[in-house]
Design a protein around this ligand. Structure first.
Ligand code: KIV
Ligand code: NA
Length: 276
């Protein structure tokens, strides 16, 4: 398959083709989502929650994300892989931001990086882009600043749409190829999408954006506890895996597993593996 490039994002917006993204943190899900035709995979710092068990993304480090990103890059043939820059890896200035972007590009093979913030991150985006590295912006609700924002608060409501628009425009002017709008009213996202020439990617920003992105463990019903209102559940993997683990334990305890079909014998010249 022909690789998704940033020009495909621009073309999709021009032609009204909606872009589809999911997060991924490992090679197996990357292979599946890539084969299914998902256009881009974000190795999000949401790995703090989905892989490492933290309550927020704040403790996540570059060194946490690099091995996960490597696995995802190895899993794809077509999808564009975006590496998420974690909290504390770009805020002090453009030099730090470029240094972090270099680490992800050189050490993982990712095709682009993402960082949070509009006006406040424009200088960082500009420097990374000028080094030939595609940048995805991220405005609206930005989880790395959840304490500053006062929790999980919907952004861009009422007159706050002006700040949202200014932030999205700053990201575009700095040279980003796309921008995530997270947790904003559908009407605000529609306005930003109309006023920007780069594609907007919705994470809980309604149907009028140029693309959609979801944290895959929420979308597949693997996450425990609460999931955001905007996530539609497409599978119930938690139940599937729970039932499988219970059945396995019962079979082991009863002796039903392993049976002859799942054991090696001295008498037959069987192979070590079989196809799934
Ligand atoms: O880390 C992540 O998964 C994200 C998306 C939700 C935008 O940043
Ligand atoms: Na993130």
């Amino acid at each position: 398959p022909k690789r998704v490039r940033i020009r495909h994002f621009a073309r999709a917006k021009e032609q009204g083709i909606t872009i589809t993204g999911l997060t991924s943190y490992d090679v197996l899900t990357a292979q599946i989502f890539d084969e299914a035709g998902i256009d881009f995979l974000l190795v999000g710092d949401s790995a703090g929650n989905t892989v490492l068990g933290y309550d927020t993304t704040l403790p996540v480090t570059i060194d946490d994300l690099i091995p996960l990103t490597r696995g995802v890059v190895r899993g794809v043939k077509r999808a564009l892989v975006v590496a998420d820059m974690p909290f504390g890896s770009y805020e002090t200035g453009a030099d730090e931001a470029l240094h972090t972007a270099f680490r992800f590009m050189k050490e993982t093979g990712a095709h682009a990086v993402k960082l949070e913030g509009g006006v406040r991150s424009a200088e960082q985006i500009r420097r990374i882009v000028s080094a030939g590295i595609p940048v995805m912006g991220h405005v609206g609700f930005t989880p790395q600043s959840e304490h500053g924002l006062g929790g999980h608060v919907i952004q861009g409501r009422g007159s706050a749409v002006d700040q949202l628009l200014a932030d999205a425009k700053a990201v575009e002017e700095a040279g980003a190829f796309a921008v995530v709008l997270e947790m904003v009213p559908a009407e605000a996202a529609e306005r930003v999408t109309a006023e920007l020439s780069i594609p907007t990617i919705s994470v809980g920003a309604g149907p009028h954006c140029d693309g959609q992105l979801v944290v895959w463990t929420d979308w597949a019903g693997l996450t425990s506890g609460r999931i955001p209102k905007f996530v539609k559940q497409y599978a119930n993997l938690r139940t599937v895996l729970f039932d499988a683990a219970v059945a396995y334990k019962a079979d082991v305890e009863s002796g039903a597993y392993p049976d002859e079909a799942h054991s090696y014998s001295d008498e037959t010249a069987e192979k070590a593996h079989r196809e799934r």
